[in-house]
Structures are given as C-alpha cells and as structure tokens.
Design a protein around this ligand. Sequence first.
Ligand code: SAH
Ligand code: SF4
Length: 370
Amino acid sequence: METAHKNILDLSYPQLKELVCSLSEPAYRADQILWWIYGKLATSFGEMTNLPQSLRQKLAEVASLTSLTPVDETISADGQTRKALFRLDDGKTIESSLMLYEKTGSSRERRTVCVSTQVGCNIGCSFCATGQQGFERNLRPGEIMEQVLYFMRLVSTEQLSGDAATDPARRPVTNVVFMGMGEPLANYEAVWQSIVTLNSKHGLGLGARQITVSTVGLVPQVRRLAGESVHVELAISLHAASDALRNKLVPVNKKYPLSQLIPACRDYFKKTGRRPTFEYALFQGVNDSVNHARELARLLEGMNCQVNLIAGNPTACQEFTPSPMKRVLAFQKILRDSGVSSTVRVSKGVDIEAGCGQLRSRWIANSSTP
Ligand code: SAH
Ligand code: SF4
C-alpha cells in the first residue's frame, strides 16, 4: 500500500544513504537519486536511468516519491500568483503558492514558492484564516519539499527547459518562503530538515538568503535558529508594537512578550548577520493609527531591521478590514521620519484568496470531504 512506503522526500541525506546501503548499493547512489529528484524533477524511480534496473525496482517496492495530490488551482488575474490546494495521503488539505516577480532595477527576477508547514495552526491569531481553522497536524519534511517540487515542475514545463541542476540561473524556483499555513517554528525539526535540503548542493542549492522563515515569534526557537549552520532570512509577524494590543491579535504574545521577542531578534542579527523583517498588516481602526506608528518606531529604534507594511487581507471576521492605502502611506511616513526603514507590500493574489489559509477555508466550506 502506498502509505506503508517510506517517502524518499522525508529522508535526510544521511538517511537516504543508509537506505541505499541497506539495499546493498554504494552510498553515491543517494547523490544520483537526489540529482534526479531536484535536478531533473523526476516523479518516478523508473526515470532514474543511470541507476541499475534492480535498484529502481527495489526502491519502488520500499519507497514512494509523491504523497501530495493537487485538488484545486487558481491563477490571479495578472497571472503572477498561482495557488494550489493539495490533498495529503491522510485526506487532509494544505495550500501553497507561487509568486512571480519581474526583474526591476535593483532586484533580479524571482520565482518564489510559499510553503505550508502544518495542517492548520494552533496559535489562533484573530485576523488569520488558518488560525481560525484550528490545528490538525505537523507536515513531514517530504510534504514540505513536495510543495516546492510541484511548482518547480510546473514552471519548468511551462517556461524553462534545460538542466536545472547545473544552471542556477535557470532554476525554476529561486526563493522559498515559509509563510503558508502553520507556524514553521512549531514544527522545527521538519522545517529545519527542509531548509537543509533547500540549501544543500544535493537538494535545490538555494542560497540561505533565498530562504525566509516567517514566525509569529516563538522566542526559544528563534534563538535556536540563530545558532544553526544555515543563516536564513527571518520575518517576524509583529502586527502590534504594544503587549496590550499584540496579546489580542497574536495570543502567543502572552507567553513571549515584546520584552523577550525584540532582544531575540536583535541577537538573531548579531549571530547571523541577517537583518530581521517585521511584518505589520494594517487593519482599519485596529492597529493603523498615528499613535500605533509612533509606538512601532519607538520599539524598533536603533535596530537593524526592515518593516513590511501590508494592508491586511480581508477575512471572514468583520472586525478586521484592510486599512485604506492612504492610511498605510501615512503610517509609513511616520516610520520614515523616525528613521525606521519600511516598504509597503502589495498583497499578491488577493483576487485568488492567496492570503494565509483562505483558499483552504473556501474549499472546506464547499466540500463535505476536506
Ligand atoms: N505562522 C507564521 C507563518 C504563516 S502566516 C507567521 O505567523 O508568521 C504568514 C503571514 O501572513 C504572517 O505574517 C501572518 O501574520 C500573515 N497574515 C495572516 N492573516 C493575514 C491577513 N488577514 N492579512 C494580512 N496578513 C495576514
Ligand atoms: Fe498561525 Fe501565523 Fe496564522 Fe498566527 S498568522 S494563526 S501563527 S499561521
């Protein structure tokens, strides 16, 4: 039965070597398998033609290469954002998206995949569609990697040809952000293994700067991440600059208040050299006043960081309506006048419910078997 198999994508590099050795093959076969998976985007062992036929057969008997089934896909009106909903092997669903960014003066063309790390989320942020769905389970490393592979295959069949493994400029996916459903640092081991695979020359070979982990601010895990060998970019979902307001919007703030979170972010920069980004979604009448902006400027004073301002995505909850752009820009001006660097991000794919957990919410609402 498919689910009784090991999924090859769940294995770390050392574990894959162990598997091939247990099948009486030399360890370098692991490198060949990974080259087929991440370089040639193979979807079956049968395609791996430089492996002995007997090994391909044995692998097919003990292992599988896929566990996600795409069940829904949407493309934004401008064609720049694609969102996919996948069914996992236990019937649960997750969503992921691909965002295309054209080359601009200062930045290169990017093809960014946003991955989910959990089915649902137990943090319960009041403005977040995923938070309102509750928590079901952590994703395995292979389930995280397969979201990336899905979009790599899609891009390479639609736009690119050639050898993705040997030509980094032609990589179908250039960036990965852990910003989909779930709290990545609450599924630390699987997320860390995925980061290693994304970064490794045996995997995707992405630079650490091309990988971003977005967290609600689990302080011990932020500190742990700072000590790891791959220094990824860190985004903190802040959304409020006082404990009183943040306790309401992001309940985990009661456990890890700003007096713990901000020093952990400063230390992240000291240890990794990566400037943290603070995500701040503005909701009308909730966190978007002049005073809120001043509070934020005071909190981040003198810190080497970046603020991403975004007009919140509409959710089912009446209390949270996006701030008008005029207000977002006024907020930004106060930050600028106080010397805090910020960008206003345009929410990509709002027309296809690309906000965290939104496609899945609609799908669950319309389906009797989510
Ligand atoms: N759990 C992690 C990563 C997933 S959420 C985290 O919270 O950082 C990805 C981002 O979407 C977070 O910054 C989150 O705060 C934001 N988000 C969730 N709901 C939103 C909404 N309605 N409008 C704008 N941003 C939202
Ligand atoms: Fe979970 Fe992030 Fe949504 Fe909060 S914003 S409920 S941490 S997914």
